[in-house]
Design a protein. Structure first.
Length: 219
């Protein structure tokens, strides 16, 4: 199971760019101050108050540089911790909020929950948004699992790949109720190119922050 290379994030690049700009301004300020001291008129030396203000500015710029370096170090440590956590999910089964799942070897599962007993209508769509399967039934209050064997409503076997589900639920009075939809699958890789690690679950992509549970893969 390959894990994609770890790349720098936008936040780190932006901070590094800001630090470089401040460093350039710092060097320019130092050159100007040195030149001013070297070429001041001995009969009319630099005003003490003005000189003190410039030293304060000098110190402020230096402090800002050090602060940015400290923030960059903290950001890097935080990102490394998040990356390490994401890598630890490879080979594990995760459940995440979302309505997408991967059909693998003729099987796909979606976890969902309702706050009360309900009649549901589950509609499965392929990656192009085409309806391939519709199923109605009843569920009790709490969490349920919808399992699809990959056979469409027309009786044709569908190819493995990503599919999405929409579940409509109605209570005993026929009123629509909320449905919390989730997806479950094995993590096969991690993508670090964005601002947040993204888990690769089949061909689906799940943000690390969307993971609700993780468990070891059973034999």
């Amino acid at each position: 199971m390959a894990v994609s290379g770890i790349g720098g994030t936008t936040s780190t690049s932006a901070l590094a760019g800001s630090r470089a700009t401040i460093a350039e301004n710092f060097d320019t300020f130092l050159q100007l101050l040195t030149t001013q001291l070297r070429n001041q008129n001995p009969l009319d030396p630099l005003d003490t108050n003005q000189f003190t203000q410039q030293l304060v500015q000098f110190t402020s710029v230096e402090q800002q540089l050090k602060t940015n370096e400290f923030l960059e170090a903290m950001l890097s440590a935080s990102q490394n911790a998040g990356n390490a956590e994401a890598v630890s999910y490879v080979g594990k089964i995760v459940t995440a909020s979302g309505n997408k799942a991967e059909l693998v070897n003729g099987g796909a599962q979606w976890h969902f929950a309702v706050a009360q007993p309900a009649q549901i209508t589950a509609t499965v769509r392929d990656m192009n948004g085409n309806v391939v399967y519709v199923k109605t039934g009843s569920v009790e209050q709490g969490e349920s699992v919808f399992t699809w064997d990959g056979v469409g409503t027309d009786g044709r076997k569908r190819p493995d790949g990503p599919y999405s589900i929409t579940i409509e639920a109605r209570n005993a009075d026929g009123k629509l109720i909320n449905v919390a939809t989730e997806m479950t699958g094995e993590v096969t890789g991690v993508d670090f190119t964005g601002s947040e690690p993204v888990l690769i679950v089949g061909s689906a992509r799940v943000n690390l922050s969307a993971v609700m549970s993780v468990r070891a893969k059973t034999a």
